[in-house]
Design a protein around this ligand. Structure first.
Ligand code: CS2
Length: 496
């Protein structure tokens, strides 16, 4: 048994016989990318691609400086800092094999809460060519129905009043771009890596709304000079567990305080639209295409929505993980029927992709028994996810007279879930959502007003006025409240 070695730069040579380690010179790597929102997904995806590229070509100008905008980011920053920002990526295959590699592309990590100006200066530095984002679906601050920037968010008001110490990403981007404009430094690209359709266009629209409110001329300069590539991002990345940390120590002899686990599959389809250069990520598997629209819609409406279908129905049933849910034939059948009958009819063609094969591959990926992606993670922040993943499909099917039964049951289940916070067996569910109280209150009103949950305007908008939808929802929510046996209602949809 090998002695356990602490993950650190100076120990990399000792670790090289146990796993793949960076071969490039991290000491001289510049941070060409500043990334806001270093969580599991960034670490399994963009940081992974960038590390692979640095290994392949050196690419010393494309290191990553992580930025955390929340106090909650301190824990990861502290742990990563202790290990020179290195971490292990643990790629888990369905057959039980685990591949490990040490990722070295993150070369620094700053917390804006400690020093907002330092973060603005870092973004404004001429070495920074790209500011990339994983700020979650909710971070874009747009109204799901109107698509407009929400100025009534108190943090936005704070940022407009305090341009030197903002709280939100738009305040940072605006302040940094202003400095670059004043100093005559070319602007960075703003690259969204979140599951939002047209994520680049959406980021641009939101940033322009905010920047124009602060300084209309700067807004014009941003519009004319800054690129916002759209992208489709994909890699299932469950929450790191103590078992992952223990496995690395026992099987590989590595002490890593916060490794990252993920599935083998990985995809990144990006529009080649950058203001100030970019890494040659195509050398390590990313695809550059002229228009990413069909890819992103396909991924969000099938994979992410499929996750939400399993997540909410599965939570009420009492399943705990995605692989557990798809191993249940009723859930597997329901998922496929949702994809085939409701999600697919409103998708566009994707050149070179056979949608049936894509759906088969999703079910295979979801079934990976070593990923153990928890339904609690999937249901996290459903209020930000469902409008983008699922409710858009309902809207488009209502407009096209398509089927809505499979998706509507998920909304009814979400209401019960938000109201009782219990599975059908009375087991307490872990609900984490920025709108948790509002969701709970609205759901609890169901007994007096059956449409109470649908009256949450920033989620459902005018859907509450659509009779076809509300009639079906009413039937389903009444049936669920009478008997939370979700399986019976799933079977009914499948039979219908
Ligand atoms: C998941 C995503 O958050 C969710 O609900 O659907 O995190 C999903 O695992 C990734 O987008 C996969 O690429």
């Amino acid at each position: 048994m090998k002695k356990t070695v602490q993950l650190k730069q100076e120990n990399l040579p000792r670790l090289a016989d146990r796993m793949v380690v960076p071969t490039y010179d991290r000491g001289t790597a510049k941070a060409g990318i500043v990334h806001v929102g270093v969580g599991g997904f960034h670490r399994s995806h963009e940081a992974y691609y960038t590390d692979a590229l640095m290994n392949e070509t050196g690419a010393a100008e494309w290191g990553i400086c992580g930025v955390g905008l929340r106090e909650a980011d301190r824990k990861m920053r502290d742990i990563l800092k202790e290990q020179d920002f290195l971490y292990t990526l643990l790629v888990k295959h369905p057959d039980g094999k685990a591949e490990t590699r040490v990722i070295g592309s993150i070369v620094d990590f700053m917390l804006s809460v400690d020093n907002p100006m330092a973060v603005i200066d870092k973004m404004a530095h001429e070495d920074t060519k790209i500011v990339s984002l994983t700020i979650t679906e909710g971070g874009y601050n747009f109204h799901p129905v109107t698509g407009e920037f929400m100025f009534n968010n108190p943090d936005v008001q704070h940022d407009l009043a305090h341009p030197d110490s903002p709280k939100l990403v738009f305040g940072y981007l605006t302040a940094a771009l202003k400095k670059r404009q004043e100093a005559g430094v070319p602007p960075f690209t703003v690259q969204s890596c979140d599951n939002v359709q047209h994520n680049g266009d959406m980021t641009k629209k939101m940033l322009l709304a905010f920047a124009r409110e602060q300084d209309p001329e700067l807004g014009d300069w941003i519009e004319a000079n800054v690129c916002f590539p759209n992208a489709m991002v994909d890699r299932i990345t469950p929450v790191t567990t103590p078992a992952d940390i223990a496995l690395l120590a026992s099987d590989f002899g590595v002490a890593d305080g916060w490794p990252c686990t993920c599935e083998p599959f990985c995809q990144w389809v990006i529009e080649d639209n950058f203001s100030n250069g970019r890494p040659a990520w195509e050398k390590v598997g990313a695809q550059f295409v002229p228009d990413v629209t069909p890819y992103e819609k396909m991924k969000i409406r099938l994979l992410n929505a499929g996750h939400s279908v399993l997540g909410l129905l599965g939570s009420i049933h009492g399943h705990e993980t995605i692989d557990g849910a798809v191993a249940d034939p009723l859930f597997a059948q329901y998922l496929r029927a949702f994809m085939d009958r409701e999600a697919t009819p409103v998708l566009d063609e994707v050149e070179g992709i056979n949608l049936d094969d894509y759906k088969d591959s999703l079910i295979y990926r979801f079934g990976n028994p070593n990923i153990k992606d928890s339904l609690a993670r999937i249901c996290l922040e459903s209020s930000a996810k469902l409008p983008k993943f699922l409710i858009s499909t309902i809207r488009e099917n209502l407009a096209a007279d398509g089927g809505i039964e499979f998706a509507t049951l998920v909304i009814a289940a979400w209401c019960l879930y938000s109201d009782t916070g219990l599975s059908r067996h009375g087991v307490e569910l872990e609900i984490v959502d920025e709108m948790k109280d509002e969701l709970h209150q609205a759901a609890a009103g169901t007994k007096d007003d059956v449409l109470s949950f649908l009256r949450i305007d920033p989620i459902f908008g005018d859907l509450v006025e659509n009779e076809r939808f509300t009639t079906l929802y009413t039937e389903m929510v009444e049936a669920l409240y009478a008997d939370p046996n979700i399986d019976r209602l799933m079977e009914k949809n499948l039979a219908g």
